[in-house]
Design a protein. Structure first.
Length: 460
């Protein structure tokens, strides 16, 4: 596979580098050299021991290097029905930024939102300062591959002292009869004392085989606040690999919440570098998988400076023959005194064939810290089921209630009321086996009636 990707790069080098500046050409050239050394990760690589990536790559994928960034009526192909969700919506279609009015927009407060390929042309000083500096290509061969094939993605720049008034919703749509291999690249920069909320939705309008290898770099300035919600509800033929790199400065706060509701092969890697004092990072995740689905969450938090805190909480419910992986690591450097870092992974297996591989661990070189880690794997509590039966609930309702209560701790961390309400409905439907990838929108429910349990959920 390594030789095949290198051959594709060499054959299409002129198209890939068309209209690119010197910085971007050098970045790609360096990336392909790193990829030649590292190649595709195998099961011998620690972070890929349980992920069969080669099986997912053995398809005759189509690579599209001709720019598709264009003006179009996005509402003709997508309509989000998360009621009362007021956002700035931007759309990626088959790996390219598409827009209704302009390829890049500057709001009245100075915030810039648009396509990365256009931002490289219009704002080269900003892009060149940050692009490629957070994503560690030497750590992951597929990150280097993304950089070598870098074409387009989302660009957001928030100036100092600006709080973006509404969340920015990224709609990533796959709609093609081809077996697409997509490699979007996103760059987000927050200045001092700024605030930004992202809602990132992955959606497929077709059931064809496709592979998405996404890399996102986020830079959070001093005393800035960044919230990120990643909602994944894709078909079993889709393979979704995301790499999120976040760098924090003094006093900054980050909250990242990844929700996997459906997907044949989903692997999320989150890398947070806390490079300042008095920072905080909350990292949440929920994965609900069944059949033969696979969900893998890898989290790495590096505390480089003292007096900062981080918290990881990931939960999974696995049914049928589904397989899950959680690997959470916290690294505390010797100068990061008074660090507080916590991580926890809890899992429920509904069948004997479902499997979870969990590995939370700490690597600490400072002596004045408060750190802990833990993991649980089990089935639904028989005593709790008996208690609910004794109160008149049937077996099915009791099981659904316990699963919902287990998952709700993650969902309740969503700070956007409209999104939280919709995700609650989706989680309930997913646990009842009713939720599949939607016909129009990742967050679309065909009926407008609120899904309810037979008991009052406010009392759990």
């Amino acid at each position: 596979m390594k030789e095949l990707f290198i051959e594709i790069y060499n054959k299409n080098k002129e198209l890939i580098n068309a209209n690119s500046n010197e910085y971007l050409r050098l970045l790609r050239s360096n990336a392909i050299n790193i990829f030649k050394e590292n190649g595709i990760p195998s099961n011998k690589t620690e972070n890929w021991r349980h992920a069969d990536i080669e099986k997912r790559l053995k398809h005759d994928y189509y690579f599209d290097f001709k720019s598709k960034s264009t003006s179009m009526n996005v509402e003709e192909i997508f309509k989000c029905d998360v009621y009362d969700l007021d956002t700035f919506s931007v759309t990626m279609l088959n790996g390219w930024f598409v827009y209704k009015n302009a390829p890049i927009t500057q709001l009245e407060d100075g915030t810039i939102i648009g396509g990365l390929s256009k931002a490289i042309e219009v704002y080269p000083d900003i892009v060149e300062k940050y692009l490629g500096s957070a994503a560690d290509m030497n750590k992951a061969g597929l990150v280097a591959l993304n950089t070598a094939f870098l074409q387009d993605g989302l660009f957001i720049y928030v100036p100092d002292n600006v709080e973006v008034s509404k969340p920015v919703q990224i709609i990533n749509i796959v709609n093609s009869e081809e077996k697409l291999f997509l490699q979007p690249r996103h760059l987000v920069v927050l200045g001092k004392n700024s605030k930004l909320t992202l809602v990132h939705c992955d959606h497929s309008l077709v059931h064809n085989i496709n592979f998405s290898n996404t890399v996102s770099e986020v830079f959070v300035g001093e005393n800035a606040m960044f919230e990120n919600y990643k909602v994944q509800n894709i078909g079993d033929n889709s393979s979704l690999l995301t790499n999120l790199f976040i760098q924090q400065k003094n006093g900054s706060k980050v909250s990242n919440n990844a929700l996997i509701l459906n997907g044949g092969f989903t692997k999320n890697y989150v890398d947070v570098s806390i490079n300042g004092k008095n920072c905080h990072a909350d990292l949440y995740g929920l994965y609900l998988v069944d059949d033969k689905q696979f969900a893998d969450n890898q989290v790495f938090v590096k505390h480089a400076e003292p007096e900062s805190t981080s918290n990881q909480l990931y939960k999974g419910i696995l049914d049928d023959m589904a397989k899950g992986v959680f690997s959470g690591k916290v690294l505390v450097n010797k100068d990061a005194q008074k660090t507080q870092a916590y991580q926890n992974n809890n899992n429920i297996l509904l069948t004997d064939d479902a499997k979870i591989y969990t590995q939370p661990h700490l690597e600490i070189y400072a002596d004045d810290v408060k750190c802990s880690h833990g993991a649980t794997v089990g089935q639904l509590d028989p005593d709790a089921l008996f208690y609910l039966h004794s109160r008149g609930l049937c077996e099915k309702t009791a099981r659904q209630l316990l699963m919902y209560a287990f998952a709700s701790e993650i969902v309740n961390e969503i700070s956007i009321p409209a999104l939280r309400e919709t995700i609650n409905i989706m989680v309930e439907k997913r646990l009842r086996g009713e939720l599949s990838i939607c016909d129009q929108c990742l967050l679309h429910c065909n009926d407008k009636e609120t899904a309810v349990f037979n008991i009052d959920l406010n009392k759990i």
